[in-house]
Design a protein around this ligand. Structure first.
Ligand SMILES: [Mn+2]
Length: 298
């Protein structure tokens, strides 16, 4: 368990498969994906004790929203960063909110638990690490995002667009990007979008999306269950012409869905921060072979 104790510089046990390599053909364990943490480090540690016992050394994927609302945002951020190359994290809306507050773009909310990070002696290292993380990751035919993908995007386009955001946020002027990031418009993607509008659509789809029209126009007011779509809308993953149906899309963000396991979909936000559960699932080429771990967080 030493590699999971956090705080050290250890990159984790063993050399492991190269990032993005097909570990299943190399005999390495498939990744274990963990749902939205939101600063719930004690839950994560209890969960990983069980994961490590059953699937030792498996790569760890985190579906974003590492921080905020929960009690240990600073410690959670340090812990995941200390996992080094063993872990892949995609950014969620709360992670972006932290960065926007840190760069003076947004005010903290009353319910935020980010002060510890903002006042930490290692604040610069933590925030620079966070802002260089991807917004999408694809390996083993599984596409990891925080919230969703638009129906017109395939896996390759999703990765390419996420990389545009990562370059802007991770570059020399993150404040410029963050200042232009917020807003609900434009609500739909088209290939001619450029500049801030283009990146805003990408960020909103990958980190905030729940409902859209069949054609992919996004709606952000509704946060209810999947069967409560506003008129003319449906959950993004039900869009009839969705081009990521050949992949398994793994995502969090939508705690009302709970653990949703379908052949091409895996939803993992089980409301840890709301006193429900934290969930981990080991991916498998055959969905029936997935392994699931859950801990209660009440
Ligand atoms: Mn979220």
């Amino acid at each position: 368990m030493a590699a999971l104790s956090g705080g050290g510089d250890s990159p984790g046990p063993g050399p492991g498969p190269a990032r993005g390599a097909d570990a299943s053909s190399e005999g390495g364990p498939m990744p274990v994906v963990v749902g939205d943490l939101q600063g719930c480090l004690p839950c994560l540690q209890r969960l990983l004790e069980r994961v490590e016992r059953d699937a030792p050394g498996a790569p760890l994927w985190f579906c974003g929203d590492l921080v905020n609302r929960g009690p240990a945002s600073l410690e959670t951020l340090r812990f995941v960063r200390a996992l080094g190359p063993r872990a892949v994290t995609v950014l969620g809306n709360h992670d972006l909110h932290l960065l926007a507050v840190a760069w003076g773009i947004r005010r903290a909310h009353r319910s935020d638990t980010l002060t510890g990070i903002l006042e930490a002696p290692d604040r610069v290292e933590l925030l620079d690490w966070l802002r260089t993380q991807p917004l999408a990751h694809l390996a083993h035919d599984h596409l990891l995002v925080h919230a969703g993908v638009l129906p017109g995007w395939d896996g390759a386009q999703t990765l390419a667009l996420a990389a545009e955001v990562q370059a802007a946020l991770g570059g020399d002027r993150p404040g410029e990007f963050l200042a232009a990031m917020y807003g609900n418009e434009p609500a739909a993607w088209h290939d001619g979008l450029a500049g801030a509008d283009r990146l805003r659509v990408v960020v909103n789809a990958l980190t905030r999306l729940r409902f859209c029209t069949p054609e992919g126009t996004m709606e952000f007011a509704t946060k209810d269950a999947a069967d409560a779509a506003p008129p003319g809308h449906l959950p993004w993953f039900r869009a009839p012409a969705r081009r990521t149906t050949g992949l398994t899309v793994v995502f969090g963000h939508w705690s009302q869905l709970g653990l949703m396991q379908l052949p091409g979909l895996l939803a993992l936000d089980t409301g840890c921060v709301w006193g429900r559960q934290l969930t981990a699932v080991q991916l498998a080429a055959d969905p029936a072979q997935r392994r699931v771990w859950q801990v209660g967080c009440g």
